[in-house]
Design a binder for this molecule. Structure first.
Ligand code: 5AD
Ligand code: FES
Length: 350
């Protein structure tokens, strides 16, 4: 316990640890150390972002994907996935609804779907930014060439989310088909940063074969990249994937990693993810109390939500889903936080 407190204090002081120290802090964590960590993480969060919670309207516009990531329910080999694409009109209609609900950031997320050509993404980006110049637009559409990223940026996209998934190359290879490699993923992230995007990366907690060393390497990579946002959530089994028999990640370790991220990058934007809300009914509230400051509720039309099934039992896909905004408002107020209508740009320097 003494050693844990020492390492947490050192992290707060230096904003980094050695790989060995990360491993020790993660493997020897205790509930008491976690409470101590969360209290300091909240202090940091309150110093920079107060009790505000930013919301992002997530529009899952296509579940077609050319990739075959072993963990993911919309991988191309999953013939049981019910595939859909939203038209540009449908996407714009989601934005309209979202704007009225107070969203000032839209996140367009989808599988790597060739039918959404660069020209279409550029046109869509332009249309959204024309209609909602006061909103931020985030793209989350996977690995693209530097040239493509530049075109989207010039069309008005402000931010880009691309989780690195795991920093360790050998581990990355166990989660992905041979066509996907960790270095290419990282290259994309550096390109995005160079172009001028506000960049989000992240990883799954408790993914198959993950060790504390891997998590330590994730922390070191994130520290080096210095992104504006870090999205983490537990790995959750999807029954129609090769990982059907694996075990899901835990609430407890995900919360601990959230606290560590808040201390390492005090001004980073940190979402309490839908996956966190899925493994525990109070997951998102606990995420906020561990240092998170962003929620990304779904704005996709309710009819398609259950089909964007990355993992089993995803929340907010049923009839209640249209009410996410007010539901989250109540949930946040219950733990002493408030949802705000703001773009919510990162204070972490570009
Ligand atoms: N469990 C948890 N998260 C998942 N993702 C994909 N599949 C799963 C799963 N089974 C995450 C990946 C991806 C993001 C969009 O969703 O980290 O980057
Ligand atoms: Fe989606 Fe409660 S947050 S229904």
């Amino acid at each position: 316990m003494q050693k844990q407190i020492f390492l947490i204090d050192k992290l707060k002081e230096d904003r980094t640890l050695t790989k060995q120290e990360w491993v020790q802090l993660i493997t020897e964590r205790t509930p008491e150390a976690a409470e101590y960590l969360f209290a300091i993480a909240r202090e940091e969060r309150h110093a920079h972002y107060g009790h505000d919670v930013y919301i992002r309207g997530l529009i899952e516009f296509t579940n077609y994907c050319k990739n075959d990531c072993l963990y993911c329910g919309i991988r191309k080999s999953n013939s049981r996935a019910n595939r859909y694409r939203l038209s540009e009109e449908e996407i714009l209609s989601c934005c309209r609804t979202g704007y009225e609900l107070g969203f000032r950031t839209f996140v367009l997320q989808g599988g790597e779907d060739a039918s959404y050509t660069d020209d279409r993404i550029v046109r869509l980006t332009g249309s959204i930014k024309d209609r909602y110049p006061d909103c931020a637009l985030t793209l989350s559409i996977g690995e693209k060439s530097c040239q493509s990223y530049r075109r989207y940026f010039e069309a008005g996209a402000d931010r880009y989310l691309l989780r690195h998934e795991t920093s360790n190359e050998a581990h990355y290879s166990r989660l992905h088909p041979p066509s996907l490699i960790a270095s290419a993923r990282k290259e994309c992230l550096w390109n995005l940063k160079e172009i001028g995007y506000q960049v989000g990366t992240g990883f799954m907690v408790g993914s198959p074969y993950q060790t504390a060393e891997h998590l330590a390497e994730d922390m070191l990579f994130i520290r080096e990249l210095n992104p504006q946002m870090v999205g983490i959530g537990p790995f959750i089994v999807h029954r129609d994937t090769p990982f059907a028999d694996q075990t899901s990640g835990t609430l407890e370790l995900t919360l601990f990693m959230l606290g560590l991220l808040r201390l390492m990058l005090p001004k980073v934007l940190l979402p309490a993810t839908t996956a966190l809300g899925t493994i525990d009914p109070k997951g998102r509230e606990l995420g906020i109390l561990a240092g998170a400051n962003v929620l990304m509720p779904n704005l996709s039309p309710t009819g398609v939500r259950k089909d964007y099934s990355l993992y089993d039992n995803k929340i907010c896909t049923g009839d209640e889903a249209a009410e996410c905004r007010s539901c989250l408002e109540r949930r946040m107020e219950a733990v002493g936080y408030q949802i705000v209508t703001a773009r919510g740009d990162s204070l972490n320097r570009l």
